[in-house]
Design a protein around this ligand. Structure first.
Ligand SMILES: Cc1cc2nc3c(=O)[nH]c(=O)nc-3n(C[C@H](O)[C@H](O)[C@H](O)COP(=O)(O)OP(=O)(O)OC[C@H]3O[C@@H](n4cnc5c(N)ncnc54)[C@H](O)[C@@H]3O)c2cc1C
Ligand code: SF4
Length: 451
């Protein structure tokens, strides 16, 4: 197998083909379609869809406003709970959140298309830059937000609404976090991530410092001295390794780094693409790298996951998306050895199973795949070495209470870096909002006159 010549090249497809392949995954609804869809809602009194939404958007209320053509009011209902309602309308796995809970499932087997309706309401408001929220009078308090992803920006926006001054420090050159660098390109077309950031900043009172890494360029201690409170939303900056020999061999790549390159590329025909690709992992990142590789022109893409379909982090919809893109998902196999001389040419897996106690074991049976590129998509972890937070962590994440307070006084955290989340954009937004409300209460209490 090592004698096979690796086949990795750019321009496997024409620019037109690639543009077509990366068009909007769920095109927006037109007005007649939106009105028909809105009419399907029963406006349930105890709306289970709202309970299932991590940000608690009043879903029947915003759908009702669509029916009366009150788009501004509808968007207000969405954005007051979730300032990234536009992005979440595109990327939320609604099939396991609001739409799974929709009572229409039981009556007709098809939920109301809540995600598409949410997009219908929020898109015109963002496109027109219509600010729906105002800043409260200045409190004179200053809050540092570390991280410009969904958690940080949501926190910053709510703090600004409450009258505080906010400075967002973000290591990346562009704000948005994984909205800008991670989400699959066909879910967020036309530079939507930056348009949304601009909308969020439009409220005022938020200063953005890009390319500033806390831990390297400024310390947490200096932020705690300089600001009245600090919110940490640094995401998960370190990538898990396979733990195999020769992992630094050419052709063995981190999926999220390739996706970031893809998202930042102005000409996708220039991206190098393997003819045969093997993806190791079972989450959203695994599906995204597989589907995007296929859409860039890879001939064969296999995903290999060490457990069964039910344990995959990727939702059923995502798994189907992979399959309809011609990708094969193999279960119950874990990587054993990388094959290649300088550049990877294959990867050997060992079959896995569960023993009587439910523990994952290898069976000794092996299976080998040819590969020009092997993508690692087995999760990320907190990059504590570089951030140097000196904060209590558990299982590699920052320990927080129900208000997102950490073990450090005057420091809150949220999003992927915090313990207890589910690694979704919408949950990061909720963490940021909850933290901002808690910070505000804390700042008010600390300035209240003693009675
Ligand atoms: C490939 C991929 C696809 C995904 N697809 C989906 C999807 O379809 N739907 C969905 O709901 N979720 C998806 N997710 C998950 C979602 O993107 C995350 O849950 C969400 O972005 C978390 O937000 P965050 O603000 O916690 O962190 P991030 O978005 O990771 O943002 C972290 C921010 O912190 C900054 N930062 C890091 N270290 C430092 C430092 N030392 N100093 C200063 N700033 C720092 C970064 O520059 C960045 O701005 C996906 C994730 C990945 C990896
Ligand atoms: S559960 Fe479905 S039908 Fe009921 S309010 Fe929510 S979207 Fe409408």
């Amino acid at each position: 197998m090592s004698s096979r010549t690796p086949d990795v090249k750019s321009a496997r497809l024409s620019r037109e083909e690639i543009d077509r392949n990366f068009a909007d995954l769920h095109p927006p609804l037109k007005r007649p379609e939106a009105l028909i869809e809105a009419d399907r809602c029963y406006f349930c009194f105890d709306a289970p869809c709202t309970t299932a939404c991590p940000t608690g958007i009043d879903i029947p209320a915003f759908i009702q406003k669509i029916r009366s053509d009150n788009i501004r009011g509808s968007a207000h209902t969405i954005l007051e709970e979730n300032i990234m309602g536009g992005m979440c309308a595109r990327v939320c796995p609604t099939e396991v959140l609001c739409e799974e809970a929709c009572v229409r499932n039981t009556h007709e087997d098809k939920p109301v298309e809540i995600g598409l309706l949410q997009r219908y309401s929020t898109d015109p408001i963002l496109e027109a830059g219509t600010q729906l929220f105002e800043r409260a009078p200045s409190t004179g308090k200053r809050v540092a937000v570390v991280g410009g992803g969904p958690a940080g920006l949501s926190c910053a926006h709510r703090l600004s609404m409450l009258g505080h001054e906010v400075v967002v420090f973000s290591r990346d050159e562009k704000p948005g976090g994984l909205n800008e660098y991670g989400i699959a390109a066909y879910k967020t077309v036309d530079d939507f991530a930056q348009a949304e950031v601009e909308y969020i900043l439009g409220i005022g009172g938020i200063e953005l410092q890009n390319g500033v890494a806390v831990g390297d360029d400024v310390t947490m201690d200096s932020l705690r001295d300089e600001f009245d409170a600090v919110f940490v939303g640094v995401g998960l900056g370190a990538v898990n390794a396979l733990g195999l020999d020769h992992e630094s061999m050419s052709g063995v790549e981190n999926a999220i780094e390739y996706i970031a390159d893809l998202r930042q590329s102005s000409d996708r025909t220039e991206l190098p693409v393997g003819q045969r690709i093997v993806v190791v992992g079972g989450g959203m990142t695994a599906i995204d790298i597989a589907v995007q590789s296929k859409r860039l022109g890879a001939q064969r893409v296999d995903i290999v996951y060490r457990r069964g379909p039910e344990q995959m982090g990727a939702s059923e919809f995502e798994q189907q998306l992979a399959q309809t893109n011609g990708i094969t998902i193999h279960h119950w196999a874990s990587p054993k050895q990388l094959i290649g001389d300088g550049h990877v040419t294959g990867i050997e897996f060992e079959r896995t199973a569960l023993d009587e106690s439910g523990k994952l074991i290898t069976t000794g049976e092996t299976v080998t795949f040819f590969a020009d590129v092997v993508f690692k998509a087995i999760g990320q972890r907190l990059d504590d070495d570089s951030v140097r937070l000196n904060i209590a962590t558990e299982r590699g994440r920052i320990v927080v209470d129900s208000e997102q307070r950490t073990s450090l006084e005057n420091v809150w955290a949220g999003g992927d870096c915090a313990l207890g989340g589910d690694d979704l954009t919408v949950s990061a937004v909720q963490h940021g909002k909850v933290a901002a409300i808690s910070i505000d209460r804390h700042l008010q209490e600390s300035t209240a006159w003693p009675t």
